[in-house]
Design a binder for this molecule. Structure first.
Ligand SMILES: [Fe+2]
Length: 225
């Protein structure tokens, strides 16, 4: 089991470095993430999570995986195949006004991280799936985040609702610390990997007066954190 997760993590680190060679910016961040993933202590025992409870978004995994395979050969995806069942999937967020637009179409799970299959306090690498025609509400956080689209497609709105770009399998999306972002899918669900430098349970926030407004900095309610 640990071997499968390690193979996936190593493929992600290698992919980051390959993007670096092709001058995807910002290179320093990618290099740092690849370094953190390469420094994981694999002598530790993994933590096997109990079976996922009610995570409605998991129903989108088969379609998202099909979309991923249709997108073509991808070593990261091949390595991921054996990790889907080891991922401690959860809804992550509790139901709230902020999470209502996506929570029934969302699932995420950490393969590496403070609550992950492999415990690590320095870096988190996880997966998330977002169902079709769904908006993962605008938020920001302290850490740089790197998303890697594995299957399906989605648009990222960065900084404002007017700045939107579509991303496809094999593409990376960066968000800088405190950069607001919102993710919107179209007709297909999206499966993506995310990498953080810090505990994802701590720093996410949104503005209490609604999307893209100024309001009070508010943390989403989280499950089991
Ligand atoms: Fe984010």
């Amino acid at each position: 089991m640990k071997t499968a997760v390690r193979a996936f993590v190593e493929e992600v680190a290698e992919m980051y470095l390959s993007k670096l060679e092709r001058h995807y910016a910002p290179s320093e961040e990618l290099e740092e993430f690849a370094g953190l993933l390469s420094s994981i202590d694999w002598s530790e025992d993994p933590v096997i999570a109990p079976p996922s409870g009610d995570v409605p978004g998991l129903r989108h995994i088969p379609t998202a995986l099909s979309a991923a395979y249709e997108a073509g050969d991808c070593p990261v995806l091949d390595a991921l195949r054996l990790c889907i069942g080891l991922t401690p999937w959860e809804t992550f967020y509790s139901k709230s006004e902020w999470s209502n637009p996506f929570i029934d179409n969302f699932a995420s799970g950490e393969l590496v991280g403070p609550k992950g299959f492999m415990r690590n306090e320095d870096v988190s690498l996880g997966l998330f799936v977002l169902g079709p025609e769904t908006t993962y509400s605008e938020h920001a956080h302290d850490s740089t985040e790197v998303y890697y689209v594995l299957g399906g497609e989605a648009s990222w709105r960065l900084d404002s609702p007017d700045r939107e770009q579509r991303y496809r399998p094999g593409e990376l999306v960066f968000t800088s610390p405190h950069q607001r972002h919102e993710i919107r899918t179209g007709g297909l669900p999206m499966l993506a990997a995310y990498t953080w430098k810090a505990d994802p349970s701590a720093p996410s926030y949104y503005r209490s007066e609604g999307p893209w407004r100024k309001g009070r900095r508010t943390q989403p309610l989280l499950v089991n954190r």
